[in-house]
Design a protein around this ligand. Sequence first.
Ligand code: SAM
Length: 232
Amino acid sequence: MSELVKISKTQFENVYQCEFNDGTTRLCTKNLAPGFSVYGERLFKVEGIEYREWNAFRSKLGGAILKGLKQNPIVKGTKVLYLGAASGTTPSHISDIVELEGKVYGVEFSPRVVREFLLVAQHRPNLFPILADARFPQYYRTLVEDVDVLYVDIAQPDETDIAIYNARFFLKENGYMLLAIKARSIDVTKEPTEIYEMEVNKLKEANFDVLQVVQLDPYDKDHAMVLSKYKG
Ligand code: SAM
């Protein structure tokens, strides 16, 4: 079993790198819910502070950071609307990053996974699970305030349209969107790069400045994370 030898800051606020005695490194975040592991990730205590390993093979934001994301708009205090929260793996790391000054509203339409997400949120006062279909933001508009960041990972063929529709409801002017695109969910006959370009064009037409497209292989094959800024 490898042992932690060093923990250091990264260029991103509240995102750390841990180094092990076998030479491997991982991302990690400070655990907002000490003692609780969300998806079997390892916990480490250093000088009284507990950190959680952030597995980039289980989280597209983690993968995007390791693949060269230039800017992470999610920092301490950020308010995030997260579409496709599933059982809370990535939302839990975002909850660590934004700390108690921030909020993470997590929309998920599968009752089975929402049950698991609720267990994660029990120990995290800044995480708000919402059982709803992201196609119909009007059903949760009274539960969600305007947000600084919209994070979308729903793997639907019309995901970009759903993301744009939610942005119009909730994303502040000059707010950021992180959109995880699964090429194979959109069109299996086209090259992933062709699909990323199509989706990027939709964002541009909807008044987003596209800042970066990060391909997530090998963490997620045929996936990309698109960072954009909403001009309102
Ligand atoms: N983002 C999660 C993470 O990194 O921990 C993984 C998300 S998983 C790839 C996609 C999730 O989106 C699934 O849990 C699925 O049930 C959910 N989903 C798909 N379509 C949805 C919709 N229209 N509304 C809400 N959730 C949806």
